[in-house]
Every structure is written in structure tokens, then in C-alpha cells.
Design a protein around this ligand. Structure first.
Ligand SMILES: Nc1ncnc2c1ncn2[C@@H]1O[C@H](COP(=O)(O)OP(=O)(O)OP(=O)(O)O)[C@@H](O)[C@H]1O
Length: 741
């Protein structure tokens, strides 16, 4: 024992020296970039516009690099690999080399770091030993070795195994309301998904707590590293279930040194519209169906109408006839351009204005050629002309069109022939209602069919901006040549993007977010089981290259009946090349709770689910207090808070009872509900319903009337029961079926 711990101390000293050397190099790199930045900033603010743009571009590049170097401070080094040929590799958050370019630390995403996650005793490859290094600030506090090839390692090494498993240690930590990265303890089945090739659609099915979110985020970081050229130019889109969830995960990617990720919810996917509320399940079902895209097509087509009769127009007192044939012909030609409705309108309007100008000149006995501009303006501005052209080809916005469509039962019936009367009634809503999250894919569909509703001035501006952007890229390519900036540090497009931000500087993520037509390099979707076929269409549109990772759990779907297969709920995406993978070990929920949750799920929605095994169990993890919840909730919560120690507790109620539960707990526990940072997640106590807790986790969960939740949706009770990392306590007048074995 004595020798053992002395040896362990010696090993810790060895690692401390290695770790300190790496931090020293990190400090030196920081100092170097800080110096470069200061130098660039000192340069004269005069010179040509191009010289200034160039200087700004370098400054931004140095700032980005410095931010990356600052972000990796914590747990910079977490592993060591000893290989059979005596090579020793340190694995960490980023690659760092010494002055002679000799690697000191390899990035966890680099190919030679892979054995750190994949090697096993059965398949050790070249690995003799894998060492987990735990640091606090810059001090090594613990080591843990996996000896994968004992014969090669020699007998004395077997004595250096130390400490509790790094994984179990990290799993049993109290939660602070922020997800952290798992780079130090990624498991082999997770690693295989993280490093999978980028192309096509990868769907990952995994039970609660199997690390789907963690894997999705690490995959985004991996792709940005391994395919930087492609991903950095186009960025990565991350779609999560709610803004609370995005808040929960927002530290993970920056801590992995990645910032070119646009995180959003379906409700915020479309620039300029923000929806936060869901529709009821039956309404959501209709709005998510692919028939909505037909409805959209017909509604847009309905804006293009040949009138019943020829139209007589008065222009400055002169009467002219615009015939149905003229309109029909112009319409046909405009449609043939294939452009979206608002854009094609120009092709419809211009020839008609020309024809009318000729007729107008003739009627007034004027010389068409000589007075064309003046005559044309008369025609273009005439009220009758504007009305006639608009009636035939009405420009509009997605919001304007959808509002009219939903508010008119006759129009719904005319365009929505695939829907029955009940379904059309579910779509009907009065004008002026708020948009829901389920409306977003339809608005997006309409935006695609309608195109920009831009005036002539805006169009000129856009064309000029596009021309400027092309010139910027050319110039940036030259600058890179001239400054010898190549080597993958910065691409012409990146540099050009920085020149282009002549106003306040905007990052790639900000520009992508504001642009509906942005094509991303990769899309990551979390809680993908909630996406409707219409929502999938919106996502596919944003990734024409088809590089998508979707993670989710069919069993956690918020519907009465869980879906039978991924393909069945993915609409058009399901008919494309879809690769499937599974995660089967839950790292969150203790075995006792997980088994109970699975039994309840089977009782309410019997099915053939992929089994999930818990990585650990916790003592005393399941409790229940019978009785009317209003009388006992406050007391139960108070007792649980007392026992919990540091950590976070969630009260999860059926949807309709949340407000009441909140009111009820507020007077006694008001202090605990607020917190200085103002973030809901940092609060030690929250009250939420099952849809709000999707993807989140808490140390303790107090569940109010679980059978009411289960009656609503089997997926919801499964979600609610699997949130705790330590303890689940039900307050009830009757437990749901299956609770006890
Ligand atoms: N390899 C790992 N090492 C350490 N912790 C892990 C690992 N994998 C997952 N975890 C932890 O397990 C918990 C659950 O992970 P995560 O939220 O990613 O699961 P999930 O599958 O998305 O869950 P849900 O289905 O409930 O949304 C998190 O606290 C995460 O940090």
C-alpha cells in the first residue's frame, strides 16, 4: 500500500512536469498572439480602404486565435497514451507544439488520439497503457490507468492503477445547470459516432442519458476540426428543442474551441419570425404533415390569376384594354423562368408594361420611341394598371399569405383538398394570432416559394453587394498569397467575409443566422424525434449537400403513440440515404429509476424498444408520497432540498398544473427560485412541464401526479422520469401502471 501510494505520488509528479510544460507553451503562444494583435492595432489607421480592411482582417484572425487559446484553459491535458514503440502522446483539448514544431499535446480529434477512446483490452492496437489525468486548475490531482497490454507494459506498471474511474467520478458530480464537455471520458460507442464521416444523414437512436446531446456537440466540434475547410466556410447549424436547452449547452462548444456554430430552435429558424409556443398535439400533427407543402404550392399559385374578362384601364384619361390573352401569355412566360413568385413577378410585369406603353403612345398619337420614358412612367404609375397587375400577380410575404389562408375556411377548402373537414378546422385560426413553432416550417415553405419581396432599390443594392463580395474574395486570395497566410490558417472566403463587414463586424454565425437561404456545411439536430416531416423539409433546404446528424429517442416523442421507425417520421428525408446508429448505455439515470421508467413506458405504450442499460445505480434513488399533491408538494420539496446538498431540483408537473404548482411553491421557496444571474437553469429549484425538461437533467426530480402525465403522452412520462441523476420522488394520488415490478 505504502509503496503503491509512493509510486502514485511519483507518477503524479512526472505528469505535473509534463502538464506544466504544456501550460507554459500555451502561455507563450498567448503572449505571442497578444503581441501580434497589439502590433496590428498600432498600425496607422490611414492608407487605402483595402489596407485598412486587410489590417482589420488580421486583427480578427488574432483575436479568434486568442479566444481559442483562452477557452482551453481548464482541463487542457486529460490523457496520455503509451504505445508499443515507446512513444508517449499527451491528449488534450487542442494540439500544441513546441518552438521546433514537435508536438507536445495532440488534439482529441486528431486521428492519432483515436486509440485513447477506442482501444480496449481485447483490441489494444498499439496501445500499451491509457492514462486519464485529472487536473484542477493547473495541478494534477489524480491519475487512472488502463493497462491494455500488460505483457508489453511489464509487471511493475500494474501497481500504478489509481483512483476511482474518471467516468464514474464525473457522472456522480452535482449538476450546476450547465452541460460540460466529456472529452476526457468519451466512450467507444460514442466515439465511433463522433468520428463518423460527414456525408449523408446519420440518425442516432439512444435512450435517455445515453449522451446523445454530448455526442452531437462533440461531433460538431470534430467535423469543424477534421473538415475545417468545408465546415468553417459554411458553418454548422445546431437545432435544439428549446431556448432553455440552448442555454444549458451553450458552454460546450466554446470550451472545445469552436464558435462557428449557429444554435437555434425550430421556433427561431426563420429570420424575422420568432415562435415560442407549441400547438396542441392534434393541430401540430396536421401542420407537420407533408400535405401542407401542397397547400403552400396551391396558395402561391392562387396569387397568379387570369381575370374572367378583359380589363379596361384608364391612364391619364386614356382608356386601354388589357386582354386576358395578354395576361395569360405573360403569366406563362414568367412561370417558365422557374423563379419564386415575387421574383418572377418582374418577368410578368415588364412585358405587359411595355405592351401597354405602346398602346398608350398610339392612343395619344405620340412617338413611342422619342417619349418612351415619359409614357412608360405614366403607365407604370397609373392606379388602374397597378391594381390590374396586382390582381393578376399579387406580391406578398409568407406571413401575409399564411394569415389569410388560415383565416378563411373557403380558401382552406379550395387549396387543402388532402385534408378532411376536421383537419381544416384545426388549421383555421383568426387573423392576428401569434405564430406557433409548428407554423415555422410552413412559413419557411412559403418563403421559399415566394422569394424575396424586394423593391427595385433593394434589388439594385443586392446586386451591387454581390458584385462587391466577388471582388473581395479575389482581393483576399491575393492578400493571402502576398502575406504568405496560407497553410489552412485562413481561407480567401473567410478573409473576404471580414472585409465585407464594413459596418459593425459580424461573425460567420451571425451572418448565417440572418440569412434564410444560407446553406450550412453540416446540421446537427437534437431531440430529432420531435421534428415533423415539414420541419425536416426546412432542414434539408438548409443543407443541400446533405451532411446531417440527427440524434433522438423515438420513445421520448411527445405524442400519444410513439413512432415505429425513424424513416416513418422523417418524411422526405427518410427516403434519402439514412445511416442509423445506436447508443445503449445511460450515463445519467441510476439503474433503479431507469428500469422503473422503462416499465411505465411499456405499460402505456407497449413496443419493441432498444434496451438501455444504466452505467451505475444510486442508493435510495426512488421514493413516492401518496396524497393530494396540493397538500403535500411544498413539504416534500422542502425535505428534498434539505437532503440534496449542492445541486438542482426540478418539480415536473402535468402541463396544465405547472402554473398552480409554481404559485403554490413560491411563498415558501421564493428565495430558492431566483438566482443572481437571472438564469432559470442556475436556480436550485425550477418548476417545469415535461415538454420543457426535454434534454435537461437535474440532481433530484419531484414528479407531480405522474399518471396524469402518462395519460397525456407515454413519451412525456418517460422523459420526466429519466431527468434525475440521483433521485426521483413522486407525489401522487395513484402511481402509473408499471411503476412497481
Ligand atoms: N462519456 C461520458 N463521460 C462523462 N459523462 C457523460 C458521457 N456521456 C454522457 N455523459 C453525461 O451523461 C449525461 C446525459 O448526457 P446527454 O444529455 O448527452 O444524454 P441524452 O442522450 O442527450 O439524454 P436525453 O435523451 O435525456 O436528452 C450528461 O450529464 C452527460 O454529460
Amino acid at each position: 500500500m505504502q509503496t503503491n501510494s509512493r509510486r502514485a505520488m511519483r507518477e503524479i509528479e512526472v505528469e505535473q512536469r509534463a502538464v506544466s510544460r504544456i501550460y507554459a507553451r500555451l502561455d507563450a503562444l498567448r503572449a505571442h498572439y497578444r503581441h501580434q494583435l497589439a502590433k496590428v492595432r498600432r498600425q496607422e489607421a490611414t492608407g487605402s480602404a483595402q489596407a485598412r480592411a486587410e489590417r482589420d482582417a488580421f486583427a480578427t484572425h488574432y483575436e479568434d486565435t486568442l479566444a481559442r487559446l483562452d477557452n482551453v484553459e481548464n482541463r487542457l491535458v486529460f490523457g496520455r497514451l503509451d504505445l508499443a514503440d515507446d512513444t508517449r502522446l499527451y491528449v488534450g483539448r487542442m494540439g500544441i507544439s513546441d518552438e521546433d514544431r514537435k508536438p507536445l499535446l495532440i488534439d482529441w480529434r486528431a486521428p492519432n488520439a483515436r486509440p485513447f477512446y477506442q482501444a480496449t483490452a481485447a483490441h489494444p492496437g498499439e496501445v500499451v497503457r491509457r492514462r486519464h489525468i485529472t487536473t484542477r486548475e493547473r495541478t494534477v490531482v489524480d491519475l487512472e490507468d488502463d493497462l491494455l497490454n500488460v505483457a508489453a507494459a511489464g509487471p511493475e506498471l500494474a501497481e500504478t492503477l489509481t483512483g476511482e474511474g474518471a467516468l464514474l467520478a464525473s457522472l456522480s458530480q452535482a449538476r450546476d445547470g450547465r452541460m460540460t464537455d466529456i472529452v476526457a471520458t468519451i466512450q467507444a460507442e460514442q466515439d465511433a459516432i463522433i468520428r463518423d464521416q460527414p456525408d449523408g444523414i446519420l440518425v442516432v437512436q439512444g435512450g435517455p442519458g445515453t449522451g446523445k446531446t454530448a455526442v452531437a456537440l462533440h461531433r460538431a466540434a470534430y467535423l469543424l476540426y477534421a473538415h475545417r475547410e468545408r465546415m468553417e466556410k459554411r458553418g454548422v447549424l445546431l437545432v435544439g428543442p428549446s431556448s432553455i436547452f440552448l442555454d444549458y449547452i451553450d458552454q460546450v462548444l466554446p470550451s472545445l474551441g469552436e464558435t462557428n456554430v449557429v444554435a437555434t430552435t425550430m421556433g427561431s429558424l426563420l429570420p424575422g419570425v420568432r415562435a415560442t409556443e407549441h400547438d396542441e398535439l392534434d393541430v401540430a400533427d396536421v401542420k407537420g404533415s407533408l400535405f401542407m407543402s401542397r397547400l403552400a404550392e396551391r396558395a402561391v399559385r392562387g396569387l397568379q390569376r387570369v381575370p374572367e374578362e378583359d380589363r379596361v384601364l384608364t391612364i391619364e384619361g386614356t382608356r386601354l384594354t388589357l386582354t386576358r390573352a395578354q395576361i395569360a401569355e405573360a403569366m406563362e412566360r414568367a412561370r417558365r423562368t422557374g423563379a419564386p413568385h415575387n421574383v418572377a413577378r418582374v418577368s410578368f410585369v415588364l412585358p405587359l408594361l411595355k405592351q401597354l406603353t405602346s398602346a398608350y403612345a398610339k392612343a395619344r398619337g405620340m412617338d413611342e420611341k422619342e417619349d418612351y420614358a415619359f409614357l412608360y412612367e405614366d403607365v407604370r404609375q397609373a392606379r388602374d394598371v397597378r391594381v390590374a397587375l396586382n390582381l393578376a400577380w399579387m406580391p406578398t410575404t409568407p406571413q401575409g399569405l399564411l394569415e389569410k389562408l388560415y383565416a378563411n375556411r373557403d380558401v382552406l377548402a379550395e387549396y387543402g383538398e388532402e385534408f378532411d373537414e376536421r383537419e381544416r378546422e384545426l388549421l383555421y385560426r383568426g387573423a392576428g394570432s401569434e405564430w406557433t413553432i409548428e407554423d415555422i416550417p410552413m412559413l419557411d415553405e412559403l418563403a421559399e416559394l415566394l422569394g424575396e419581396h424586394e423593391g427595385a432599390a433593394a434589388r439594385q443594392e443586392r446586386i451591387a453587394a454581390e458584385r462587391q463580395a466577388r471582388a473581395d474574395v479575389e482581393f483576399a486570395a491575393e492578400a493571402i498569397e502576398g502575406q504568405n497566410l496560407g497553410g489552412g490558417i485562413v481561407s480567401a472566403e473567410q478573409l473576404a467575409a471580414r472585409f465585407a463587414d464594413r459596418g459593425p463586424r459580424r461573425t460567420l454565425a451571425e451572418r448565417a443566422r440572418a440569412d434564410r437561404t444560407w446553406a450550412y456545411g453540416h446540421i446537427v439536430v437534437d431531440e430529432a424525434q420531435e421534428l415533423s416531416p415539414m420541419a425536416w423539409r426546412s432542414l434539408l433546404r438548409r443543407c443541400p449537400q446533405r451532411s446531417i446528424t440527427a440524434v433522438g429517442d423515438l420513445a421520448q416523442r411527445s405524442t400519444a403513440a410513439p413512432a415505429s421507425s425513424w424513416r416513418a417520421i422523417m418524411g422526405k428525408a427518410g427516403r434519402e440515404q439514412v445511416r442509423q446508429a445506436a447508443l445503449t448505455v445511460s450515463y445519467r439515470t441510476p439503474a433503479t429509476i431507469l428500469d422503473t421508467a422503462m416499465r411505465v413506458l411499456q405499460a402505456y405504450a407497449p413496443g419493441d424498444y432498444i434496451p438501455v442499460t444504466a452505467a451505475r445505480d444510486a442508493e435510495n434513488s426512488l421514493a413516492d408520497t401518496p396524497g393530494p399533491w396540493r397538500g403535500i408538494l411544498a413539504e416534500v420539496v422542502a425535505a428534498e432540498l434539505r437532503h440534496m446538498g449542492p445541486g438542482r431540483l426540478a418539480v415536473i408537473t402535468p402541463h396544465g398544473l405547472r402554473e398552480e404548482a409554481f404559485e403554490l411553491l413560491a411563498p415558501q421557496l421564493g428565495g430558492a427560485m431566483t438566482n443572481p444571474s437571472g438564469s432559470l437553469l442556475r436556480s436550485p429549484l425550477v418548476v417545469m412541464d415535461p415538454t420543457e425538461v426535454k434534454g435537461l437533467e437535474f440532481d433530484v426530480v419531484v414528479l407531480v401526479e405522474p399518471s396524469l402525465i402518462a395519460d397525456d403522452a407515454a413519451g412525456d412520462i418517460y422523459v420526466a422520469m429519466t431527468r434525475p441523476t440521483r433521485r426521483l420522488h413522486a407525489v401522487h394520488t395513484g402511481l402509473p401502471a408499471g411503476w412497481y415490478a
